[in-house]
Write a protein of this length. Structure first.
Lengths: 673, 673, 673
């Protein structure tokens, strides 16, 4: 990337009147230098089957070109025209529990349906052919937040059975044994009469199907990439806007897509990041999603969507839009693109507001974007292509996420549970983030996923033996491993280890366990940590039995009074720490802090949240230090380095007191680095 | 009406043994002078298709006639016989989400189904023909709490598409533009293959369909009226028991029926009113539903159903049945009819108890009805036909209600919301009620809806330009307008204004806004009002930008620190106040009180809830003043007038101290008025 | 039974590797002397239709025989092979609301489907023929936790209509009258076109259908019994593991099975008992389910399933497994069998853990079982066949439970309710249990159900006139009756009494009522009881009108200020107490304590929960007294008797102070008894 891209999704087709020129003028004023278009309006481009009209696309590209604004073209396949469903009702997705979807909502088609694929390919070819040669078209987004949408109609299940045949060499006994299907008379002894997988109560089979649905996403994106590649210039990128688990905002690992595998189809990683603002703005979601997306290709990435005003609950406080924008860059983003330019006047996202409100006039948020855009025009060459070299990686896994959905951590006999995989992952990420421990986010699928000094591995419930062996080898060779309860419980088929847990890592941790409980008034005791008298075990606890490891903490109330909570073990050249339970925030914070400083010798920042420090090397080879103030209070920090304060345009001495306004930041460039 | 009617719904057909004569004797003792019969028991009158037997109807009319009790005949069409569904399965309603209903529950047929209409017409004709000539039959109720019941089967949707064709002159581009259907590829470019409207995510289209369903109710009632009118005598009335949104009691505007339009088919407005009692009895629901029903034809109305004992939670405290009965009259009712006479021994409303318990014996509630009935026999000529001349009207709208269901006020990114249209309407009505500001309840559909001194217009989210122009003209000509956030946002197609908000009223209010937020620890500040230090903005806030208006209150916390909360504007000969947010009760109470007294010069009563004062002119031209004590504490008030205390039968001097018992009332008649 | 059986469910077929011999060795060490096998794995025994392979059954029986371990064979019919559903889709159950179930979950077949029955009979015959002759096979379990699973497909409804024809002698008028079907036009005037009962809103018809579904369970078990009886030896028993309402543990009366009627098919009563542990272990569920199951045949019973480790929330504290095991014996159990031996490595009950964890190693819980098993080997002859002779019976009823589901106690106008039948039953049982009042649990179906000194009859909402007459006669003849609100309201068709309530018992109680309410700040007042000032009526209250009875307590707040809460009446030779409301725990405890001691002259134990005392006569004719400490605190009690402390093996004098450890017990044998 040659410059920081600052952009918006732009929907000329949604405008209540033609104001393209006024819009462009306002974009220019705000330093907007790129727009994403075309991904949402298939039915406008093909009003009736085969009847194509891309005049609005042409017009927008033309005018943007004149204005020097770049364009990203999205393939318009995530929302299908009604005539397509009228043509073939099976275009609509069939889902577990709810059956065939009804037309209306986007992202509700069967991405394997032949009719859909035929017509999708045609409209993609028409659109890309018409736009790929344009000078200001810099890249393509394939589809939009692609998933399999739960597709599980008969055709999909038939293909899944073929997939299983491949997986088990056509041997049903092998599958029955691997999945434990004798249980409750669920054996399958005929490939032909494979029961509807949507009814299964077998977590191994169910998780295998969800894994298969993720593979469909990889295939679908690759299929689109292959089409677009026939037209794409060398200098044009391919991307996808990967999104994350949705809890009203981006929250942790995306269950339905393996971002790493899916990203093989594209040339640059992209994502959507939506997050709380106002009093809840912490930067954590920006950092998590950024660290995750940057790690996909170990390179800079694009934020293809983030909020401008968003929903009323997100109307940003003064300076927050600016703080947010820089936060992305500090994580390694080369583009920040708002969803979207103008608020929409009809349909279901009218109050997911863009940079402009419904009246298209300047407003407080737009005016802040003007500040950002103009700062970036000036600082772009300093800020773009920031590189990270983190010592720490957080290890996450789609498979473990799915497994812990089928086998929840704290499932009780009323078949209720409250703790999910992402809860645990985010709890650990939050501790790292708050302590300013920057990390990559990797999965065992990735090449070189253990090439770090420290690995943090929360709740890696299931994986192949090979993965567990790689973790063992990591420690053996000198790595520092921090892992938690529910790690290394089952194999890749979710069969729970019958040779003890942590599976394959008992020597590494110098510990094993075979009982666990939901705590009941259980306190956490330690001579190593100094817990408060009310330090409390929460949610789940494993009763560890050290066998070589050193005990760091114990439980004090039955059934835990027999057993151990936290252990550390020197093994080979490395060290392995295991935390067997969840606990109150204060205790947890102390545990992570002491482990990183004392056990792992990690050089902690002297500041912690709400002061967030992020570092990287810019393309001039200088170290940039971003210091953010995520609070409504003015904060003073001692400068961690000498250098230039880029936004203030002045020199700063090491240890000089720097005052940071509420919801503001300072960027230091240190040329000695 | 010549006298106050005091009545019960009477179900001879449900009796476990024949006790008609005993029942009539007990009715006479209680002053019951009217019964409603026949609306629920089609299957009893027509056990098999075409096999009619109205002997129980004849018998009840005969015996009531002998006893001097009037009869209202209900057409028995809201609950269909099982044989009708056996004959044509499509008689059952098909609903969004749940598909075709299963037989059993009442009010679950498709009111447009031809088989239903054929058989309904036949049973109506048979019944009305047989009863219309009877001397003591004073009127007819058409069907019962009629709605479209969500009917949306293929036939209904086909008719809806024809309706749309008419609305848009057959021009699909016009419809696509009006509804914004380019969004998410939802364009419709063929009338023939119109997608199932139940799947739509387009609020404009969805709301248009709900509007169409309300039209079906109007048509259905008119169709029944036309049939009954063939038999009806001049002196017999037609009515309907309109009901309200149901939250376990009558709560605000009925979403599924436009009462005003539907009431064109009838000659006198009627309604159901159910409300909390015991410690929660406030009279508010009686007043709201009464003001609403009275305003339909600007005339007295009938309470066709209200609770006697009702559910166990409603078993009235001593004197509450009496207090309730008079409360209806004070709102302008000419009839109070209990649902129902005797508690039912089987089926799903057995614990929705009538005046008599299951044992048919006298009980505490019945004994209180005896008091009411005998007082009314004596006071009837003083109380009947009470007329109101209110200066204030509350403006409500089915369209705004539906719009704010599709676009909730406080929708967030988890697609959750908690504030509904009726919440806002009732919040404003409650303030008026508690301050003894009597009002009419009108809609922009009504003739002369702006013919008031003061209009209170909460959250009129969507309306035609004409409506907004009428509001502007109202102020121009001297009217006093109080309006709120989410008023004048969209046009009648729910397209949000792209020319600023409040749409068409920016000059009227001297103010505009284009940003809004969900408040986060935001306080309300004012030099005009004297708010408590903890005065808090709640739920939703618009960031007003005055342009001529005077600021009455501001916000003190970001994002609101830039902006204004409440404005007042002198415009033309009138005055327009805009309240941009919700707030805590105490602040809200002060705001309304100061606006009415200081800004609107409204002569407030010196009493407020739990003392409720209602006035009107009786048929002798005298002013009646009802003073209610809605509390369990004895209260003393200074008499607001000289006159006769009707229930006490004594003269009262102005300012004389009147003592009102717990849950009791005093009625003053002032002949000087 | 000749000895106490200590057992486990054993699933050789689920083992991830063959470890039968190791398992048996560990069982022997723990004193396990019986296993239950075969009930879950039909698809393993018949991989394809007609293709039988019982080799694993043979092997397990062989090896157990060698080890001297007994075997119970379960018929494998509760979980069907997928090929059976492939053969006939209607094998899957069709349920109200959700339609045809999808294959996967167990207990989801239509137990009346002919295909199912044909194949079930074949596999039962094959299995029983092969195992019945084996010496160590001591009995058979028919199916598993059998229910009708809500079956209500067309075939079932057709049969139900035939059932109704029989019930009403083919007379539809009789049925319409009995069920009150004139209501809402629900009359049925043709047997041929009977509407789908799943749609009914008529509680009488709905409850009749649920009663019919319970009859299907009786028939199904009898059908299985008849098959097994063709093969069974005299010394082999037939049993069923009856379970209870499930609220994450066994909670009160099973709604879907009439245990008493269903138990006619078997020779010894059996049950599943699951209960909270850790800090929530009270023994109450063990006692309730035990008293209930023992009363079915007035004999000792089998606990066919109870938890070892269970879900993580149930991981027992130290000594709790032992406490639990003895608790069953003290209620009259002759067997305690854990579900199950080893934790399962796949599928949906993996975390419903057995005695062994997934690693098959010894663990804390297993080691405690070793203690239990070895104590029992020694004490078996003293403990087995304990007989009870309780003076008190708690009367429960499936019909009342179903009735109060259709007509909830505290139903309000929002159609919400929170109080269920089992809530009330358990509230009363809890009081008895905590006060150490041992009781039988009977139903009006049973022979001799009134043959007690004291009957406690909570909320017997509906029953036949005969039942009410039997209660009246019980008091007449000298019985002491304690009954509550919602008793004797309706007849067996759920028609509410029109001759007053309590129906048929007004003289017995010297009281009647015809109004009731949900209390609103209502206090309970009494000169007899000494209530706290904050004593509060909760949930529901009837306004009693004594007619001969003595008032024990009254209400102090409207509407209750008119009326009475608790009455006592001397009638005939007996006494009848009626409690008209629910109340706070402290008041309730006092009410029950005073009624039993002062009104009923019941000799209360001087100890109360957490000290639980249970008694019985062992086969030597000696009285055993179990004294349990259900707390984490050491407790001292004065020995209630002289005798031998069996576990301590020492003599104890009367009144000697006995110290009981946390979660521990003492057993005294008194030879003088």
């Amino acid at each position: 990337m040659e410059e920081i891209l600052y952009g918006v999704a732009y929907y000329y087709e949604y405008l209540p009147y033609d104001r393209l020129k006024e819009d462009i003028e306002m974009m220019k004023k705000a330093g907007i230098n790129v727009v994403r278009i075309a991904e949402s309006t298939w039915s406008t481009y093909e009003k009736n089957p085969g009847d194509f009209d891309f005049s609005t696309v042409d017009l927008v590209i033309d005018e943007m070109e004149k204005a020097g604004i770049k364009v990203i073209i999205g393939t318009p396949t995530y929302a299908v025209p009604s005539w397509l469903v009228d043509m073939d009702a099976e275009v609509m997705v069939t889902r577990k529990g709810s059956g065939r979807a009804i037309y209306g909502m986007r992202q509700s088609m069967d991405i394997t349906n032949e009719t859909y694929l035929y017509h999708a390919e045609r409209v993609i070819r028409k659109l890309i052919e018409r736009t790929a040669y344009r000078a200001n078209v810099i890249g393509f987004q394939l589809d939009n937040e692609t998933k399999a949408y739960g597709t599980s109609g008969k055709n999909v299940q038939k293909a899944f059975v073929e997939h299983l045949k491949g997986l088990f060499d056509g041997d049903l006994d092998k599958m029955n044994a691997a999945y434990g299907l004798d249980y409750w008379s669920n054996r399958i002894d005929s490939w032909e009469n494979f029961p509807d997988v949507n009814g299964t109560i077998n977590g191994s089979l169910g998780a295998a199907f969800e894994e298969y649905q993720r593979l469909l996403v990889d295939d679908f994106l690759q299929w689109q990439a292959d089409i677009v590649n026939e037209y794409r210039r060398e200098d044009q990128f391919l991307t996808q806007n990967f999104d994350f688990e949705w809890r009203g905002y981006s929250y942790g690992v995306q269950p339905e897509v393996n971002h790493y595998k899916a990203s093989k189809a594209i040339t640059i990683a992209g994502c959507d990041i939506y997050h709380p603002t106002q009093d809840q703005l912490t930067g954590k979601e920006i950092a998590f999603c950024g660290d995750s997306t940057r790690s996909l290709k170990k390179d800079n990435y694009l934020v293809l969507e983030t909020e401008a005003q968003g929903f009323p609950q997100w109307t940003p406080f003064r300076n927050q839009l600016l703080l947010q924008a820089y936060s992305h860059l500090a994580s390694g983003a080369n583009m920040v693109m708002y969803w979207h330019w103008h608020s929409i006047h009809n349909a279901c996202e009218s109050y997911w507001r863009g940079l402009l409100s419904h009246d298209f006039k300047e407003n407080g948020t737009y005016r802040e974007a003007v500040t950002v855009g103009n700062e970036w025009k000036e600082l772009s060459s300093k800020l773009v292509n920031l590189k990270k070299h983190n010592k720490v990686a957080l290890v996450v896994s789609n498979e473990a996420l799915t497994a812990l959905k089928w086998f929840p951590v704290d499932l009780n006999a009323a078949f209720q549970s409250s703790i999910t995989y992402n809860d645990i992952v985010l709890a650990y990420y939050t501790q790292l983030y708050n302590l300013n421990i920057e990390c990559d986010i990797v999965t065992p699928d990735m090449e070189g996923w253990t090439d770090y000094e420290i690995l943090v591995v929360p709740a890696l419930y299931s994986a192949s033996d090979e993965t567990y062996q790689e973790l063992a080898a990591f420690v053996e060779k000198g790595g520092k491993l921090l892992s938690t309860f529910k790690t290394a419980v089952a194999n890749e088929h979710l069969k729970i280890s019958y040779e003890g847990t942590p599976k394959g890592l008992q020597e590494t941790f110098g510990m094993q366990y075979n009982q666990f409980a939901i705590p009941s008034k259980t306190r956490l005791m330690s001579e190593y940590f100094t817990f408060e008298p009310d330090a409390e075990v929460q949610g789940f606890m494993e009763l560890l039995e050290p066998d070589g490891a050193t005990v760091l903490a114990t439980y004090d109330h039955a059934p835990g009074d027999r057993d151990v909570a936290i252990t550390v073990n020197e093994h080979g050249k490395g060290k392995a720490i295991y935390i067997g339970c969840m606990m109150d925030d204060k205790s947890f914070n102390q545990v992570i802090l002491k482990i990183f400083t004392e056990q792992f010798d990690y050089p902690l920042s002297e500041y912690a949240f709400p002061i967030i420090v992020k570092k990287g090397i810019n393309q001039s080879g200088n170290e940039l230090t971003y210091i953010f103030n995520y609070s409504e209070t003015e904060m003073a920090v001692a400068s961690p380095t000498e250098g230039t304060s880029l936004r203030e345009k002045r020199s700063v001495a090491k240890d000089e007191s720097l005052v940071i306004n509420p919801w503001d930041l300072i960027i230091l460039e240190n040329e000695q680095q």
